[in-house]
Design a protein around this ligand. Structure first.
Ligand SMILES: NC(=O)c1ccc[n+]([C@@H]2O[C@H](COP(=O)([O-])OP(=O)(O)OC[C@H]3O[C@@H](n4cnc5c(N)ncnc54)[C@H](OP(=O)(O)O)[C@@H]3O)[C@@H](O)[C@H]2O)c1
Length: 326
């Protein structure tokens, strides 16, 4: 095996270092990484604002694709298997040590670089829409950042599950992409908020049953207004600035008996992630094998160009995911 390496956070940047993977414990697998999905959490981790959970070294990277190179401590996988999976940190590396239950087999239609874009977005979208949001067929979902990593997956998943989505994007070009992914309607978030609310009210008079909220501050009144009675408001990100926060619409919240649930995937216990991934393997991965769902990959860059990837993501200049290759 070529000398393993990984990218460690040091004083606000990443430094490549030779590395010896630790001996595997029972149920662990060693994977040679072929692709790494880039997430906003990685940018925050490098800045020191989102440290890895206890027990992990300060190496970013939540998702990867690759080949199993050591399966001595697992009965689930064999050397050479093509896999994609989740780690709580550490994917910016040539190799990862991963819980055998946090891997999926890569559907044969997907290249390694596409597979690396799947795990974080799919588990987050499924956790929120299905487990927390209890999405039912024909319900309407408002999807913020609909052309982003999570949004582009959520729109396809909603269609697969028989729901209907309204995407929010920041440009006309992104709107076209999201429409093609299966959104019923797409709005430009930069348009006048009252006009948006009016148009949405006309198109979906009963309101949105679910809101997949990546923005938080600044949109609370809009969300309370466009929600259906009993709507579920799923907070997963805070892209909006806290300074833009409106007064929280308490009256409407109560009147409509809304439910707000917030969730973070990264810090969930291994058992939680294992059962989430097992359910998705049964219910959604076949859609990737049959071509009903596909990851949207914006660009593929070498791992040492991580700064270019981070800049692009920060600018919001990304459709789908950026993937790095070690
Ligand atoms: N809770 C969890 O478990 C979990 C897991 C993964 C990710 N997340 C979070 O979910 C959010 C979306 O993740 P992602 O991977 O889909 O991100 P992404 O691919 O980087 O997409 C983000 C997009 O959000 C849009 N946006 C809307 N309002 C914005 C604002 N005020 N500032 C900047 N961008 C804004 C931009 O697109 P437009 O210009 O087209 O609107 C931007 O391209 C992030 O906050 C991420 O940290 C949460």
């Amino acid at each position: 095996m070529a000398q393993p390496f990984r990218y460690v956070v040091q004083s606000g940047r990443l430094v490549g270092q030779a590395w010896t993977p630790p001996p595997l414990r029972p149920g662990q697998v060693l994977v040679e990484v072929r692709g790494i999905g880039v997430n906003r959490a990685d940018l925050l981790q490098v800045k020191g604002l989102y440290p890895p959970p206890a027990g992990y070294d300060d190496v970013p990277g939540l998702e990867f694709s690759g080949r199993v190179v050591d399966a001595a401590r697992t009965n689930r996988w064999r050397t050479g298997d093509r896999v994609m999976g989740l780690v709580a940190a550490g994917a910016y590396a040539s190799h990862v040590v991963v819980d055998e239950r946090h891997l999926w087999a890569v559907p044969s239609l997907l290249r390694d670089t596409e597979a690396a874009a799947v795990p974080e977005a799919l588990t987050t979208a499924y956790l929120n829409l299905v487990w927390r949001g209890k999405l039912r067929p024909s319900e309407w979902v408002l999807v913020h950042s609909a052309a982003g990593g999570i949004g582009s997956t959520a729109v396809q998943l909603i269609r697969l599950l028989g729901g209907r989505s309204v995407g929010m994007v920041g440009s006309d070009h992104k709107a076209q992409v999201v429409q093609k992914l299966g959104a019923h309607h797409v709005f430009n978030r930069k348009e006048d908020r009252r006009q948006l609310q009016k148009r949405l009210g006309t198109l979906v008079p009963n309101g949105m049953s679910l809101i997949l909220d990546t923005v938080g501050p600044g949109w609370e009144a809009f969300h309370a207004a466009v929600s259906a009675p009993g709507g579920r408001w799923l907070l997963i990100g805070l892209l909006g600035r806290l300074s833009e926060s409106e007064t929280f619409p308490w009256g409407r919240f109560l009147q409509k008996e809304l439910v707000m649930k917030a969730s973070r995937l990264r810090n969930k216990p291994p058992e939680f992630k294992a059962s989430l991934m097992a359910e998705i393997a049964d219910t959604v991965l076949p859609a990737y094998s049959e071509g009903w769902m596909r990851p949207v990959v914006d660009s593929v860059l070498p791992l040492d160009q991580w700064t270019t990837a981070f800049e692009k993501l920060k600018k919001g200049d990304v459709i789908g995911k950026i993937v790095l290759q070690p």
